[in-house]
Ligand binder design. Structure first.
Ligand SMILES: [Mn+2]
Length: 502
């Protein structure tokens, strides 16, 4: 019995044979209709083929991960590991404890096998008695034939996994994505070591390195998106734009009710949950000086007349692809002169960054272009120290004074994870050439903290970021989030349209 089950045991009711027979009987037969093949299935198959080609003759284990306890016998909503989602096409809340195995075949290719927990019979204790997996508690799951039809791969019961993964151990190299499921990884480690517990440190180091090569490959496999992934991103961004519209329409209420940041978080979250799986990361709803705390997700503050509201939020669609958009909004509908000055500087920096997004340019060129404009404004406003000009501050070894007011990078890859392709090495990321199909953010900002004595009084407490999601095309880029107004005057018109003054 797991600890979670044990904790719920004090509320369990004993059952009799008579009850078990009663609860198992007289249900309509289950449907024999199989689900249609998922739209994602052929794309997932192509990705698995790329993995297969890179690791011929090896057994590759990609777990979905298990349910995570929130407290006692309550779990968080399940989200499969991104590598698993990418290689199966399975999205929100599917399939806890499942494991994808690429099993090597004699011809050098692999068979894709999904080990998972299929629907239990109505004559089982699980059917009515298991609050974590039972049909009475969490609903029916697919059967083996359902999964095979949906995903176009082989499916087996999870109970067969342990024997299958250990077959011909020693003769076949096994690699596993380690961070998806700790327990399962420990069991596979034990299988590989051929012992019940831990093995020699040097050997386990070699195993770990082999596993890291697999994780790295799977992460970089997502650098260039296929057409289906690009469609998911368009959907996520469209839903995100709707969420921003809803927040703006509700700004008067956010000001009225107090704890306005929470109101904004809730309104965006409502639309994220309604149109997609939810938010792709905790929304940053930062009003006034809170905008200068880069990851302000507490969202406990009021929103008051005259504030700028920095909203950094993205809808994650059912396939788990997420948008990541930021707009900075004058909550009363008009930028003050100082706010507009900062906003327009950030806008100019973003324009420079967007112009740098094209095939053949380096990823880091986008930041270099944007940060130069930031530095130019800081210099023109007299904020850089005496004797530090634009070239000096941009010097990577001796300068960097501008980073006091924009310490973060301008771009990251975006996709299944908000910070996608996180295991790519520096030369594959910052140092790599932009390639058609890549999707990245362009998000410069300027942050003048309320207690920053180096900046003039009128700029203190102003924080601005503008963030868009950009697809690299054959000859430049497409701003996928262009539907959200971006210039200071367009932002004012947007607010006037959706939250007109009475
Ligand atoms: Mn971002």
């Amino acid at each position: 019995m797991s600890e979670e089950q044990h904790k719920a045991e004090n509320r369990a009711r004993p059952t009799t044979d008579e009850f078990r027979a009663f609860v198992a009987a007289d249900w309509a037969p289950r449907s024999t209709a199989r689900p249609a093949q998922a739209e994602a299935a052929p794309y997932a198959a192509q990705r698995r083929a790329a993995v297969s080609a890179a690791f011929p003759g090896e057994r590759l284990v990609i777990p979905a991960g298990g349910l995570k306890v929130r407290s006692n016998d309550c779990d968080y909503i399940f989200r499969p590991h991104s590598a698993f989602a990418h290689l199966t096409g399975l999205g929100s809340d599917r399939e806890p404890d499942a494991v994808l195995v690429l099993e090597p075949l004699d011809d050098g290719s692999h068979e894709s096998i999904l080990y998972f927990r299929p629907l239990a019979g109505r004559d089982s204790e699980e059917f009515f008695g298991d609050s974590r997996y039972g049909e009475f508690w969490v609903g029916a799951r697919p059967g083996l034939a359902d999964i095979e039809a949906e995903l176009a791969l082989s499916a087996r019961h999870i109970d067969e996994f342990t024997d299958a993964v250990g077959k011909d151990v020693g003769a076949i190299r096994i690699r596993i994505v380690r961070d998806a499921d700790r327990e399962l990884t420990a069991s596979v480690d034990a299988v590989r070591a051929g012992v019940a517990e831990t093995d020699e440190p040097s050997e386990s180091e070699a195993l770990r390195e082999a596993d890291e090569e697999l994780a790295h490959f799977l992460s970089t496999l997502r650098l260039v998106k296929d057409e289906w992934e690009i469609r998911q991103m368009r959907d996520a961004i469209r839903a995100t734009a709707n969420g921003f519209d809803a927040v703006i329409a509700d700004l008067p209420k956010a000001l009225e009710r107090g704890r306005g940041e929470r109101w904004v978080e809730g309104v965006f979250g409502l639309h994220a949950r309604h149109q997609g799986n939810g938010v792709g990361y905790d929304s940053i709803c930062a009003s006034g000086d809170h905008a200068n705390t880069l990851h302000w997700i507490k969202n406990t503050g009021d929103i008051t007349d005259g504030d700028l509201l920095l909203l950094d939020a993205g809808v994650e669609v059912d396939s788990l692809f997420t948008a990541d958009v930021t707009r900075t909004l004058p909550v009363n509908g008009r930028f003050s002169d100082a706010q507009r000055r900062v906003y327009d500087a950030v806008y100019a920096a973003q324009e420079a960054g967007l112009a740098a997004v094209k095939p053949g340019a380096k990823f880091s060129d986008v930041h270099d272009a944007a940060i130069r404009v930031i530095a130019e404004h800081l210099h023109a406003w007299g904020l850089l120290p005496e004797g530090v000009d634009v070239e000096t501050t941009l010097d990577k070894e001796h300068g960097q004074h501008h980073r006091r007011w924009m310490v973060h990078g301008t771009s990251h890859h975006l996709g299944l994870d908000v910070h996608d392709c996180a295991l790519a090495r520096r030369e594959e990321y910052m140092g790599a050439e932009l390639t058609p199909g890549m999707i990245l953010t362009v998000e410069p900002g300027l942050y003048f903290k309320a207690d920053d004595l180096l900046v003039p009084q009128e700029l203190r407490g102003i924080g601005v970021r503008i963030e868009d999601d950009v697809l690299v095309t054959q000859d430049g880029c497409e701003n996928l989030s262009a539907a959200l107004p971006r210039t200071s005057t367009d932002v004012e018109a947007w607010i006037a349209r959706l939250a007109p003054k009475p």
